[in-house]
Design a protein around this ligand. Structure first.
Ligand SMILES: Cc1ncc(COP(=O)(O)O)c(C=O)c1O
Length: 434
């Protein structure tokens, strides 16, 4: 499921030696595999081949312009959540006309920008938002295409912070209020009822909750088709990826060797379970996967600063930190950590892998067994392609990392490491302090 593997002792992305990338561009640096992304996109497409499908890549997972162009070349639209993301799609030469606009708090300016660029559909989260879209469309003399997001109250069985389809989450309209919401929407002059949407959460590792949500909502979708002639059903994104055995999961045969009941969710299992439920609706099906597309397609390269011996444990201090890869601090999430140069003759160390930031939470792994690595040696955080760079910050005035895209034996810098001058460019000391 990805193109990262050791060639002899050295970790490669496709045919590129990752240590060479680190030497050229420094660390921390994100590296993405274009072939992995292409494979994932095509596998998802093939797995639901029986459907009239539009894939809208959830660009919040990774919105680098190069990746957006790659998706656009594959025929993807985008799942957008801000005016900034609309501008990114345009800057990358992507198509807003096949993209959908989600989010609970779209501003008037963002709605206008989406309409000016011919958005395929707004995914509406509430009646006040619907009124706002109707108003903005009216001032522009156009009709706004919309789908209402249904909250099906299904437990996605994932981390609480990325569960979105339960009744106490902020997202969507409860199924029992949805008919009234559509009726109200149908009476608005500047609204075109185009579809229906749901998204129950992220990093789902089994197909059950997807099936439960589709089964719950599908009869209502069929009613909407009959009464309003809607043309599409978006079932959101959320397909989970492998984090724990990330490196092994990319090697040929790894999946086949697992007993079926232990196999992580694959697009094939997803497609096989959902196609028979969706096909009878006779609608376009929109998918909004983000993590599945890019998560296993990226790593974060980092350099060891020190091995520090503490009172009770050892700390491996590296030059990446929570500002570069927020997921462990935010969700206690697991990222496999591997050396770029593997040396099986070395002993194993048990360490906490930590960054240089002044927070105890700046910790990537606790009591992790790693091959002994010393100052200046390089490591990779696996499965860092999704919600890595896009969630990065400048905390502790640390510059945003560099990003590199690999294809075969070629690689190119797709985002230069931020400079200090760029970080402070918009700041100024007011006259009364001078
Ligand atoms: C509305 C919507 N669609 C799609 C996604 C993508 O989720 P994932 O990256 O898990 O596929 C999200 C993520 O939060 C979302 O909010």
């Amino acid at each position: 499921m990805h193109h990262f593997r050791y060639a002899g002792s050295d970790l490669q992305c496709e045919s590129v030696d990752l240590a060479a990338v680190a030497r050229l561009y420094g660390t921390p640096t994100y590296v993405y595999s274009a072939s992995t992304i292409e494979d994932h996109y095509k596998r998802l497409q093939t797995s639901l081949a029986g459907l009239d499908l539009q894939i809208c890549y959830a660009m919040k997972a990774n919105s680098n312009l190069a990746l957006l162009k790659l998706f656009s070349n594959l025929g993807a639209g985008f799942d957008l959540v801000s005016g900034g993301e609309i501008r990114r799609v345009i800057a990358a030469g992507g198509n807003v006309k096949t993209s959908v606009f989600a989010g609970v708090g779209k501003t008037e300016a963002e709605i206008k920008l989406a309409l000016e660029n011919g958005i395929f559909s707004f995914h509406v989260e509430s009646e006040p938002e619907l009124a706002r879209i109707n108003h903005v469309a009216g001032t522009m003399g156009v009709k706004a295409p919309i789908a209402i997001r249904i909250n099906p109250d299904v437990d996605a069985k994932t981390h609480a912070k990325i569960t979105t389809g339960k009744s106490d989450n902020k997202f969507g309209v409860p199924l029992r209020f949805a008919a009234a919401a559509y009726e109200a929407a149908s009476k608005l002059k500047n609204i075109e009822l185009k579809g229906v949407q749901m998204h129950i959460g992220s990093q789902l590792t089994s197909v059950g909750p997807f099936v439960e949500a589709v089964k719950k909502v599908a009869p209502f979708v069929a009613e909407l088709k009959a009464s309003y002639g809607i043309s599409y059903f978006s079932i959101g994104g959320g397909m989970g990826i492998v984090y724990k055995d990330s490196l092994a999961s990319g090697q040929p045969g790894w999946w086949d060797a697992l007993p079926p009941e232990q196999r992580p969710l694959t697009p094939e299992v997803y497609g096989e379970a959902l196609t028979p439920l969706l096909q009878p609706l006779g609608l376009k099906i929109v998918l909004e996967h983000g993590r599945f597309m890019v998560g296993n397609a990226g790593v974060l390269l980092s350099k060891v600063e020190h091995l520090k011996r503490g009172a009770n444990k050892n700390f491996l201090i590296v030059d990446a930190a929570m500002n570069d890869l927020m997921r462990p601090a935010m969700y206690d999430s697991y990222h496999e950590i591997v050396p770029l140069h593997r040396d099986t003759s070395r002993r194993a160390l048990t360490v906490d892998v930590v960054g240089p930031i002044c927070e105890t939470g700046d910790c990537f792994a606790k009591d992790r067994q790693l091959q002994e690595v010393g100052e200046g040696e390089l490591i990779a955080f696996m499965s860092a392609g999704a919600y890595g760079y896009t969630m990065a910050s400048r905390y502790n005035t640390r510059a945003l990392a560099a990003e590199v895209l690999v294809k075969g034996s070629s690689f190119e810098l797709i985002n230069a490491r931020e400079t200090f001058e760029h970080m402070i460019a918009n700041e100024k000391v007011p006259a009364f302090l001078r």
